[in-house]
Design a protein. Structure first.
Length: 499
């Protein structure tokens, strides 16, 4: 878990400090175009068909049982399928490049540069498909730390190249080129790591057997539906803004979305370990440990994300003004407040999703996500015309709260020996009660202290966490969980003493 957290912290920290520089270097219009291209091309990942998640599940299962032949066959089937998909991606990108100015309100003098950046970005996704199989292999054998360690190392040259090229006057085409180059280096590195851990694993393009392909796709088809819903929920917001409002308005939505993305990365990173863990426990029918994994994972995601969401809701407008500039604070701050409330309630979502994937129940998540996506898109289109970017945020909040806090928890007692009341008390009630002093502290910071620089804001915000951590330790954690935390904290000291 250390490298998962270290990777997340490093990448978020670099992105956090780079974001204002990129916004100011590109300007509102070109940053809006860059955000639009990122979301537009994000739909290409729907061609994934959920194959990586299938690889994670079956690699975890076959590695646990020592079935090397079946593991290799699964990987070969996935690589062959992804190679065909990569070719399809480039045809789709060519069509998207032609149609870009007809779909979105991009200024005429920016169309050429936007088209080139779009094509390069599509190429990044195309080469990523094939190597995504090997990321799934590393996750399946629970070598998460290798991927995260690599991410930390590659984040540094990405940031350096971005600063150099933007300062030299280059724009979104240069950003797309950096993205392609660093991604390719990372993908080749992942393949090398897989071969080092599993020497018997080979790279082979061959027509997969029907039963191997069916096994991968049957599981993945529900992941595909979930990914479609995921894209409609998160990527469609920017497309709705770009289609109905001037492209510069997208910057006011992209800034709070970036902050929410940092939070989401933490929660998803925590939940990513649950797929292979729950799959392994399910293979031995260990319902007791599955229940413990589910409850502890849901509570952990809530405890970790709760102070961030509170900060977004109470201090978000002030923070954006300091971070990006006063011109963004009001509108972007309102959007962040709404999105922060939605994600506060939805923090346990990815824990539930990870456990359900491990239990081979991706269809449940897929149906819920599609429902959320359809309602989200409909509300966003309806509300953007009257309330602008704030209406899009409200369209995101309503269905997400319903799915994450009502529908999904209501299904879990049918699959695990866990009561609904037990879940709500453990996941929501005690962490929220423990957070009340922190809510009050944040209000006092906003109304009375009013930090005006990034250094003072971060310093005061860090010190204020005492008002969250102390009540959380005594109210939200039970004695067994406190003992577990003490053990984890003492582990480095014990290791140093032993050395």
């Amino acid at each position: 878990m250390f490298w998962i957290w270290a990777g997340l912290v490093a990448n978020i920290a670099i992105s956090f400090f780079m974001a204002p520089f990129v916004v100011r270097s590109l300007g509102e219009v070109y940053y809006g175009i860059w955000a639009l291209l990122s979301q537009f091309t994000g739909y290409l990942w729907l061609l994934d068909f959920g194959v990586r998640e299938s690889v994670i599940k079956y690699v975890a299962e076959y590695d646990a049982t020592g079935n090397e032949d079946q593991l290799n066959t699964t990987v070969h089937a996935a690589v062959s399928l992804y190679s065909a998909i990569s070719a399809i991606v480039m045809f789709v990108v060519a069509a998207m490049t032609f149609g870009l100015p007809y779909l979105f309100k991009i200024p005429p003098d920016s169309v050429s540069e936007a088209r080139i950046a779009l094509f390069i970005t599509g190429g990044t996704i195309a080469q990523g498909f094939v190597f995504n199989v090997y990321v799934g292999v590393l996750m399946g054998i629970q070598r998460f730390y290798l991927v995260d360690r690599m991410g930390i190392i590659l984040a540094v040259p990405r940031a350096i190249l971005t600063v150099i090229l933007l300062r030299a006057g280059y724009g979104i085409v240069a950003l797309a080129g950096i993205q392609f180059t660093i991604s390719l280096a990372g993908n080749l590195w992942v393949y090398h790591l897989c071969r080092a851990d599993l020497p018997y694993l080979s790279f082979r393009l061959a027509k997969p057997k029907r039963e191997d392909l069916r096994r991968v796709v049957d599981y993945g088809k529900y992941v595909l539906l979930n990914n479609l819903g995921e894209k409609l929920v998160y990527a469609s917001d920017g497309l709705v803004v770009g289609a109905f409002l001037p492209i510069s308005n997208l910057t006011y939505y992209a800034i709070p979305s970036t902050l929410i993305g940092y939070l989401k990365a933490f929660v998803v990173g925590m939940a990513s370990v649950l797929i292979p863990m729950s799959s392994a426990l399910d293979s031995t029918n260990d319902k007791t440990r599955l229940r413990e994994l589910f409850l502890s994972g849901a509570k952990a995601s809530m405890i970790v994300g709760l102070p961030v969401c509170v900060g977004f809701i109470v201090l978000g407008e002030r923070f954006i003004g300091i971070w990006m500039g006063a011109q963004f604070s009001s509108t972007a701050g309102e959007v962040l407040r709404v999105l922060g409330a939605a994600h506060l309630v939805g923090l346990p979502y990815y824990t539930i999703a990870g456990v359900l994937y491990g239990l081979a129940q991706p269809g449940v998540i897929a149906r819920m996500r599609i429902f959320e996506a359809v309602v989200n898109l409909g509300l966003s289109v309806l509300l953007v015309q009257r309330y602008g970017v704030l209406g899009v945020a409200i369209g995101t909040l309503v269905p997400h709260v319903i799915i994450a806090a009502v529908f999904l928890p209501g299904l879990m007692p049918k699959m695990l020996p866990v009561g609904l009341r037990e879940y709500y008390v453990s996941t929501y009630f005690w962490p929220l009660m423990a957070s009340l002093p922190f809510w009050i502290t944040c209000l006092l910071i906003d109304r009375m202290i009013q930090p005006s620089t990034l250094v003072s804001f971060i310093t005061i915000g860090t010190l204020s966490l005492v008002a969250y951590l102390v009540p959380t330790w005594f109210l939200a954690l039970d004695p067994a969980e406190r003992a577990l935390v003490r053990g984890r904290l003492a582990r480095p000291a014990r290791a140093q003493a032993a050395a």
